[in-house]
Design a protein around this ligand. Sequence first.
Ligand code: CTP
Ligand code: MG
Length: 263
Amino acid sequence: MNPNTPKSPSFDAPQGSSAATRFFALVPCAGSGARAETAQPKQYQLVFGVPMVAHTLRALSAVERLAGGILVVAPDDTFEWPANAEWPDHWSRQACGGATRAHSVYNGLLALRAQGAGDTDWVLVHDAARCLITPEMVNALIDACEGDAVGGLLALPLPDTLKLESHGRVESTVAREGKWLAQTPQMFRLGALLKALQSQIASDFQGVTDEASAMEMAGHHPLLVKGNAMNFKVTYRQDFELVEAVLKSRHTGDDLNTQGIKK
Ligand code: CTP
Ligand code: MG
């Protein structure tokens, strides 16, 4: 299926009351990438011949337990998915992105539900800009969270000493014990996450910088699942160099070339 002529896949309702819950991916891809200062939004910047987000989708679509996914792009997004970048089965592209990441995720959840995902299904929200995610990292999150009442997120214990700044100088050193850097995917039940986000609409999603923060505001305590520093978010222009170095180290010989990564 080509996302440029989208035909939303509809996910069949699970059969019977004992039907297993399913796992879906939701990838917010509607940002402008201002800090990366690239000519086009960073998620479409070419990395080994294909847009960065194609690397993200390739990794997610290799996770067998994911029943499908949704890529949330901006309503005015005119990016044409290139022919050399594989579009995964059971994925749709929805132009329902919003003004902030939280808006984009909220709209994407509604779209996912309209396609047949149920309130008890799990949704794994993953940034388009974290293109070094691997199926192993996603599976580790699912393994840790699928039996949990709330769900959780990949995160990293803070590795460096943390400084509090005041006017360009160090005010004090903040104890790093117990502090984690949040990554994605973040995995919650569709109904619970939708409800948590819904209750922040009135405040225009103030302070909702990830899914876990919305769940926290709703009184939940998401599970912290130790991730991997390789799963960083491409934010600045120089991050692309690191992405290319890591991808090169993962792919050898002719499976990596300027036409993209071959299977
Ligand atoms: N995102 C989104 N909708 C928005 C803003 C961000 O879907 N209104 C997505 C981005 O496309 C990205 C992810 O959320 O995949 C993480 O956001 P971030 O890294 O901050 O990307 P941008 O907002 O695009 O970058 P910047 O903040 O530098 O402008
Ligand atoms: Mg942003």
